[in-house]
Design a protein around this ligand. Structure first.
Ligand code: MTE
Ligand code: MO
Length: 398
């Protein structure tokens, strides 16, 4: 059993599959904290968790340049020879909210039926990939200018997972791509890549390769199925797809979800009965694009109100802000306090006395990208990038 050495996990995680381990953050813990506690961070493993090296400090990372020269770094080398760098970044699986896509479109998408919890947020510490590439002898300026022969940086993990990112992202001084050895001030947990992983902020989490052991500069993308197949998107009509010509998912689109919802007392508002409601959730966009607005509807999208975005990253005292990095790599938490008018509730015909309302959230990023209304419009075979308005059906008095 290759999984016999997998680590113990917090039983509060919602397990989708045990071997390999795939589990989402429990909904009530999703946005309880701005930084997801390490033991509640969602887990997405394609295979087993590689064994802990006898001496983690001696774990070696091999960097291979496009001229074939290689250089090796132990974890101790990385920690002692390079400047430490911190980045606060959310990781989101391309399959987050796939369940909603299958249900919303009435058409099953392939893959694990994740709910809202295949996204989490953490503060990562490590060294900059570009610093290590420069030390290994790569001309970072040529990578940035797009004139280097190497156009991609390929990452390989100890258990054979692999993926790549474009060179421009890898060496962008604003890109914050890390070789990380710590998460929220602790050594990386085994499930999250101990002793070393890539963190590619703003990109699909599939590129943040765990248990990192090799970096290869190449004119080609990684040959792995996770680069060439699984993490690509097609149109709703495409069931016979051309894998070769479809680009691999890199930067993420804008996303949001409701993760907390409490209905309170009935009251009167403008002469009508209404029920108090408190909603909360997250919003996130890829590419370092900031979230500029979160809209909430309590009546299925007929009318909208604005949610309050929590000031997690913009405290007056900049020194104590938990957000590190050049882009808006972290998620934003939001809350909304409102009144649900009685006519937003609909009686459920076959359940006597039961009435439901549909709450909705959508977010807008700084490029004014927003989420599509329906999953039908973006349904795809692999169920990737399910970002349609998150609708939550809530029940009054039940
Ligand atoms: N890296 C390795 N080595 N093996 C993997 O299975 N899964 C990828 C990525 N990196 C994976 C990996 C995918 S698809 C996701 S969504 C993220 O890791 C999940 O990271 P997490 O488990 O730390 O949340
Ligand atoms: Mo993923």
């Amino acid at each position: 059993d290759p999984f016999s050495d997998d680590p113990d996990r917090n039983p509060a995680l919602i397990t989708m599959t045990a071997k390999p381990r795939n589990a989402e953050t429990p909904t009530d813990a999703m946005t309880a904290d701005f930084l997801t506690p390490n033991d509640l961070f969602y887990v997405r493993n394609h295979m087993w968790v590689p064994a802990v090296p006898d001496d983690p400090g001696k774990h070696t990372l091999t960097v291979e340049l496009d001229d074939g020269t290689t250089k090796e770094y132990t974890l101790d080398d990385l920690k002692t020879r390079f400047r430490a760098h911190k980045v606060t970044a959310a990781l989101q699986c391309s399959g987050n909210r796939r369940k909603h896509m299958s249900e919303g479109a009435g058409r099953k998408a392939n893959g694990l039926p994740w709910n809202v919890g295949a996204i989490s947020n953490a503060s990562w510490e490590g060294v900059l990939l570009s610093d290590v590439l420069a030390d290994a002898g790569f001309d970072v300026a040529s990578g940035l200018a797009g004139t280097s022969e190497a156009k991609h940086v390929q990452f390989s993990g100890l258990e054979a997972y692999g993926a790549s990112i474009p060179m421009k992202k890898a060496v962008d001084p604003q890109g914050d791509v890390l070789l990380a050895y710590a998460m929220n001030g602790q050594p990386l947990p085994r499930d999250h890549g101990f002793p070393l992983r890539a963190i590619v902020p703003g990109h699909v989490a599939a590129r943040s390769v765990k248990w990192l052991s090799h970096i290869t500069l190449s004119d080609e993308e990684s040959l792995s199925q996770w680069q060439r197949r699984d993490y690509k998107c097609f149109g709703p009509n495409q069931t016979h797809v051309d894998w070769e010509t479809a680009p691999a998912i890199q930067e993420m689109p804008v996303q949001s979800a409701i993760t907390g919802c409490r209905l309170g007392a009935w009251t009167r508002s403008q002469g009508k009965l209404a029920q108090k409601a408190v909603l909360s959730g997250y919003a996130y966009s890829g590419g370092g694009r900031a979230i500029v607005r979160v809209d909430v509807s309590l009546n299925g999208g007929k009318s909208w109100c604005q949610a309050k975005i929590l000031p997690d990253c913009t405290t007056n005292d900049g020194a104590s802000s938990p957000c590190f990095g050049h882009g808006s790599w972290a998620w934003r938490r939001w809350t909304y306090d409102g009144l649900v008018p009685v006519d937003a509730f609909k009686q459920v015909p076959d359940k006597k006395g039961t009435a439901t309302a549909t709450f909705v959230v959508k977010a807008t990023d700084e490029s004014y990208n927003t989420q599509p209304e329906s999953h039908a419009a973006t349904w795809n075979l692999r169920g990737n990038l399910a970002t349609a308005w998150h609708r939550l059906e809530v029940c009054s008095d039940c």
